[in-house]
Write a protein that binds this ligand. Structure first.
Ligand code: UTP
Ligand code: MN
Length: 544
């Protein structure tokens, strides 16, 4: 009965002026004084068609074309200013009866009510003057290391798009362009609210012409055609797949693409020579591209800790990288190892690696020696993000959670047992992989089992996890900790700040003051920020 009542009220409210029927002979309209027009801009043609039809079914007069008979203009995601500009372009002055400029919420509420609901303030697109006053004009400091960036992001749509452009530039070895997009994304990520219009961005740092164009595209049309077509590009997709193989960089991927290799299968079929890292990367492709969880990172941490204390009691390990910044997942797990007595850390890495190998925890490892010498590497060298610590790039064989909780079950399956020297089999696989002898029938046990590529995690009791171990002498520990906590952009910005604003050179080993011609020592991250004249930013706020 309610609908009947309502209908009655409405008809008396709008009167019986059927002469105002502008439906042009279509279905009779129930509300002749309400002539609607849905703006396609940002709403899109198909949604507009759908909503128009819905309205007509409910007895509303919804016009296909804009005319001066229209009484209500409905738009979605447009500002009052935008709709007014559009309206002006439709022929200017409409005379004494002003048209309602309404948000789609008025329309959907009216559809639900089955009648035109009362126009409330919240339905109205704001007047321009109010808009101008209400526009939040953002302001952020220039360097990411001056800003506090948590994991929150109110502008993910914009930053995701800019990240695609950054990624594409990096994959094309155009690092300069990549950094420009990363900086622009970091500025948007630092904003306390979503950006709704371009005027809010006035005066913000690091937003170049290209980035602004992409942002405008997204604000106006909901997406950037450049970014969308980039994501679809065969080259971009291939670069992502191929560099997704541990051990494969952009140069190698580019060479393969030039040779017509776009997919993992094509790579396997090609007979390309793969180094040991790449073989492990291909073999464990799926798992190594699966995000590592915090629980898995902690489980790896326990293993590394056991290794470290059993080969050198008193040595300490610290979780660094994204997990130290509070991220819930990561592409790898990073650890920094040191000993409180300077010099005791020497030779530690090889012992730790031997211990891990003897326990069957490593599927792959490659250790690089410490090549840092202050006398040689200090001030003269330009700051670089490649440090020279003793470092182990590894792939761990980590028991799955239920197996970690109930140890013993891991060893029940002989096939998957973590046994000493298990990783050595990967090396044995080298020549065979190159000749392409990798068919399933050959993949049985022992050595050959390791030739299975991209085998899904399936029912194996373990998974492969990328782990980076770094050993630092205690005198450099604070610098190493700061350098390995990231984010990458935060680190880059710290070094840029140091160089450009303070005439200092910062690396993961040391801080050198070029004006005073001396090293500035530090035993904590706080001291380093102080040397740099920066407010201390805790790890959880370094997610630039
Ligand atoms: P990661 O690449 O591991 O990044 O480097 P992340 O922040 O932990 O993120 P995900 O989750 O793993 O993807 C961690 C830090 O180590 C530094 C980087 O600059 C980054 O700040 N790093 C990495 C180096 O200093 N040198 C390197 O050779 C590699
Ligand atoms: Mn990491």
């Amino acid at each position: 009965m309610v609908p009947l009542k309502r209908r009655k009220v409405v008809s008396s409210a709008v009167g019986n002026n059927n002469a105002a029927d502008h439906s042009g002979g279509k279905a009779p309209t129930k509300f002749p004084q309400v002539v609607l027009f849905l703006l396609e801009r940002k709403m899109g043609a198909s949604r507009r068609a759908f909503l128009s039809q819905l309205g007509r079914k409910k007895g509303f007069q919804v016009e296909e074309l804009f005319s001066e008979n229209v009484t209500h203009v409905i738009s979605e995601n447009n500002s009052g200013e935008e709709v007014r500009t559009w309206l002006d372009s439709q022929g200017g002055d409409r005379g004494p009866t002003p048209v309602h400029l309404l948000d789609v919420s008025w329309y959907t509420e009216s559809m639900r009510a089955g009648r035109p609901v009362q126009v409330l303030d919240r339905h109205k697109l704001q007047k321009q003057q109010i808009d101008e006053a209400e526009v939040v004009v953002f302001s952020v400091p220039s360097y990411a290391c001056q800003r506090r960036a948590t994991l929150d992001n109110h502008n993910a749509i914009l930053t995701d798009a800019l990240s695609v452009l950054a990624e594409n530039a990096e994959l094309s070895d155009e690092d300069g362009r990549g950094v420009a997009f990363r900086r622009a994304a970091a500025v948007l990520k630092a904003l306390p609210k979503p950006v709704t219009r371009m005027t809010q961005l006035r005066g913000l740092p690091c937003l170049g012409e290209h980035s602004l164009r992409v942002i405008r595209d997204i604000l106006e049309n909901g997406a950037s055609t450049e970014v969308e077509s980039m994501k679809q590009s065969e080259r971009f997709k291939a670069l992502k797949v191929l560099t997704g193989i541990f051990g494969v960089g952009t140069k190698t991927a580019d060479r393969w693409i030039r040779e017509g290799i776009y997919t993992l299968q094509q790579l396997r079929d090609s007979g390309q020579t793969l180094n040991r890292a790449q073989q492990a990367g291909l073999e464990h492709y799926v798992e190594l591209n699966q995000p590592v969880t915090k629980a898995e990172a902690d489980a790896v941490g326990e293993i590394v800790e056991r290794a470290v204390v059993s080969v050198l009691p008193g040595a300490q390990i610290t979780l660094t990288g994204g997990f130290r910044r509070g991220k819930l997942t990561g592409h790898d797990v990073d650890f920094l190892i040191t000993h409180p007595e300077e010099g005791r850390e020497e030779g530690l890495m090889s012992k730790v690696v031997s211990w891990l190998e003897s326990q069957g925890f490593l599927l792959y490892q490659k250790t690089t020696r410490n090549s840092y010498l202050e006398s040689k590497d200090g001030p003269a060298r330009p700051p670089s993000n490649m440090d020279r610590f003793e470092r182990c790039f590894s792939v761990f064989k980590l028991a799955k959670e239920e197996k970690r909780k109930h140890p013993g079950t891991l060893t029940e399956n002989a096939e998957d047992t973590c046994r000493p020297g298990a990783h050595m089999q990967v090396e044995g696989a080298e020549s065979r992989l190159q000749t392409g002898e990798t068919s399933q029938s050959q993949v049985q046990t022992g050595e050959q089992r390791h030739l299975v590529e991209t085998k899904p995690a399936g029912h194996k009791p373990w998974r492969a996890v990328r782990v980076d171990l770094v050993v630092s002498p205690i005198s450099q520990f604070a610098f190493a900790l700061l350098g390995w906590t990231g984010s990458k952009l935060f680190e880059r910005e710290l070094r840029r700040w140091a160089g450009h604003e303070k005439a200092m050179s910062l690396s993961s080993h040391a801080l050198y003051d070029n004006t005073q011609s001396k090293y500035l020592r530090a035993t904590s991250e706080e001291e380093i920020f102080a040397h740099l004249g920066l407010e201390f930013i805790p790890p959880s706020e370094r997610n630039a």
